[in-house]
Structures are given as C-alpha cells and as structure tokens.
Write a protein that binds this ligand. Structure first.
Ligand SMILES: *Cc1c(COP(=O)(O)O)cnc(C)c1O
Length: 391
C-alpha cells in the first residue's frame, strides 16, 4: 500500500482522513479493513533485494496503513515509521545527533526521553543543555551556544509533560535552523488534529502512539514522521538494525483506535476545558495549569499555534503532597494510573516517580481527561477534592 496508490488529497479534513486513509484497495469483495499479516519473512525474487519486503524486521504490511495515516494527518510527504514504543522512536531520533554534538531539550520533557538523553550524554555521546522551553531567549542562547559549540538538535515538546508549558514552535524551529540544528517535536500531547509541527518548522514529528492515536490504553507503540527522504532513510536504517519494531497485532489495534481520534479529541478537549474552569475556583485547588485558560501564561502562544488546547491538565492541590494523595485515594471514577490519551480518565501525582524533576511541585496531579460524561467526572473530582483537602 504505497502513498502513490492511496493519495490523501489535502482538501480532506482531518476528521475524514482518520477514517479514510490506510484502507485496502477497493476491488470487488476486498475487505474494508487491512488484514493482520503474521510473517517473519517474505518470498523474494531471488535476484533483486531493493523494493522487496525481505524480512520481518524491515517491514510488515500491517504497519503500512498506520504509517500512511499518521503521515497524512501530520501533512508529511513520506510515510511515517512505526516503532515498538514511543521511547524506541525517541532512541532512533536521538541517534541522529552526531558524536560530540549538542542536544537542547526542555527540562520538563517526557521523563523517559529526558532520562535517555541524560544517560547518553553522561556516556559522552553528546552534550545536553536542558532549558525552560517556554523562554525563547533561554532556548536561543542554548542553541547558539554563546561561544561554545552550537546545537545539533533541538528537542521540542509542547505543551510539556506535566507542567503544560507552551513552546514557541515557529520561532524556536527557525532559530534552530539558523544554527544548522535538526528539530524534533514530540507531538504526543496534542495529536496532529490539534498541532502540526511540520508546518511550524519541525524536521521530524514524534508520537507515543500508545496515547491518543491508539487511544484505548491497550497497546504500546511509537512513530516518527518526516518529509525529508534522507532523514527518513537514516531512521529506517536505525529501526531495521536496532530492531525496535512493532508487533502486527498492536499496529492493527492502533489503526482501529485511530479511526475515532477526531471524535475522542473533540470530546476530551471540551471536557478538559470545562473541568479546568471549574477547578480554577475550587477551594481544594491552589493552581490549575492548562493552556486553554485565559490566565495561563502559554494561552496566547497556544492559540496561535494549536487548534484547541489538548485534554491534559495539571492541578496543584491545596495542602501539599499528602492531600494530593488523599484526593487520589478518594476518587471512584477516575483511575489512578500513569499514561494518558485513552478513553478513560486517568490521574496521578507525578512526583511519586523517583526520576521526576524536582521543579515539578510535589502536590501536582496530572489529569488525562477521557471521553466520559463531564458531570460524572466533575462530581467525582469535586467530592474527592473536598474529602482529600477538607475544603
Ligand atoms: C508516553 C510518552 C512517551 C513515551 O512513549 P511510550 O510509548 O511509553 O514508549 C514519549 N513522549 C510523551 C509525551 C509521552 O507521553
């Protein structure tokens, strides 16, 4: 299934693309959905190798429709590259940094990505400069190096996890280009329906497919998307040689989940905005972090580069970490669990993770808003906040 055979005309809206892209060819009696192909090797021509699927670590027909669909959604000209997890995709992307190069990364990046970068830099593979990604001047200084070596790669994540800071994707991507740095954007929180980093200047977009794209908390997968053939070739080589590939069944489930992405994002975003408004005036809450709030420091920037504000928010619970834990213990509908982007609403106190940066407040709860009824979600949060904080 090549992109040529299945064009995704740019006049189609994202809500249509998630449903229409990655279908088998319309021949008589063809299935509507692509089949799951379980094969570790493929019959070859015996002579040419190029163009063959060859072997199960290089390609699988079940990956193709998903790679095509996410590429279409991100507005890329080449198919995406599916990986066995979001972090496998992070690993492949970081491999593009030349030996002795410099990586500039938000200090509140996704924890696993940050830990990986810290460990690789501790081994001396590259230098790591962590920055407040919402502060353009700080990031630009780190990119130019101010007399030291300029950056080789800018890592962008916006909004950040779990602080919900908003990076100026356009300006920072331009500044990175000016010093010859590659730009990788982790777009997991926003999904391509809400934010399209390639249009804002990124070279590569990364998703933990585990989250919104698959959407049902039942698979772990990652994907990289780029329109640059040379970069794509290097990333494909990394996947083939390092072997962090996706299982066909997971890929199939993720495509099935993707079909409802637009509906899920529309509902969860609307609910997140409503909950943020109500939480802002709750006595049990000291602060709400959500770019959709007028009062949020990232609000204007988010409005300029996103279509909506996503469905993850963070609250700081009155009474400190113990009160925050008590709130979680009092919840009945919200599930206490890490991760995000599924149909079910999840909540967790981030600092319970040993590696969480100390700049993340101890009383901060991250909420991933699902697709349940807003009043049911609110009633549960309200009673748990009252019980947990005695307010
Ligand atoms: C979960 C997540 C990842 C890592 O993805 P896995 O699929 O868990 O390996 C990377 N970035 C962000 C923003 C995430 O939420």
């Amino acid at each position: 299934m090549s992109l040529e055979k299945h064009p995704h005309p740019s006049h189609l809206h994202a809500e249509t693309l998630v449903v229409a892209v990655g279908r088998p060819e319309r021949t008589h009696d063809a299935p509507v959905n692509p089949p799951i192909v379980l094969s570790s090797t493929y019959v070859g021509t015996g002579t040419v190798v190029d163009g063959d699927r060859a072997y199960g670590r290089y390609s699988n027909p079940t990956w193709d429709p998903l790679e095509e669909a996410v590429s279409a959604l991100e507005g890329a000209t080449l198919p995406g590259l599916l990986f066995g997890s979001g972090l496998a995709a992070v690993s492949a992307a970081l491999s593009l940094i030349p030996a002795g190069g410099v990586l500039v990364m938000p200090k509140h990046s996704y924890q696993g990505a940050l830990v990986m970068a810290q460990e690789l830099s501790a081994k001396g593979l590259f230098a790591l400069r962590t920055v407040n990604i919402a502060d353009n001047n700080e990031v630009i200084d780190a990119l130019t190096g101010e007399g030291e070596r300029a950056a080789s790669m800018l890592w962008l994540e916006s909004p950040t996890n779990p602080m919900l800071e908003v990076a100026d994707l356009r300006v920072l991507s331009q500044a990175a280009k000016a010093v010859g740095a590659l730009v990788v954007t982790d777009n997991t929180f926003s999904t391509p329906l809400v934010q399209k980093p390639l249009e804002l200047g990124s070279d590569i977009v990364l998703h933990s497919v585990t989250k919104y794209l698959a959407g049902h908390s039942d698979v772990v997968l990652g994907i990289l998307v780029t329109s640059d053939a040379k970069l794509r070739g290097e990333l494909l080589h990394h996947r083939s040689i390092h072997g962090a590939i996706a299982g066909p069944f997971e890929a199939w489930l993720a495509l099935r989940g993707l079909r409802t992405l637009a509906l899920r994002v529309e509902r969860s975003q609307a609910t997140a905005a409503e909950l943020a408004n109500r939480l802002q005036v709750h006595d049990g809450v000291d602060a709400v972090r959500f770019p959709g709030l007028d009062s949020d420091p990232g609000h204007q920037r988010a409005k300029d580069q996103m279509h909506g504000f996503g469905s993850v928010l963070a609250i700081e619970v009155a009474g400190g970490p113990e009160a925050a834990d008590a709130v979680i213990a009092a919840l009945e509908l919200w599930t206490p669990a890490t991760s995000l982007g599924g149909v079910e609403s999840l909540i967790e106190r981030r600092r319970r993770h040993a590696n969480e940066p100390e700049t993340v407040p101890g009383n901060l709860l991250r909420l991933s808003v699902g697709i349940e009824n807003v009043e049911d979600l609110w009633a549960d949060l309200d009673q748990a906040l009252q019980r947990g904080t005695n307010r």
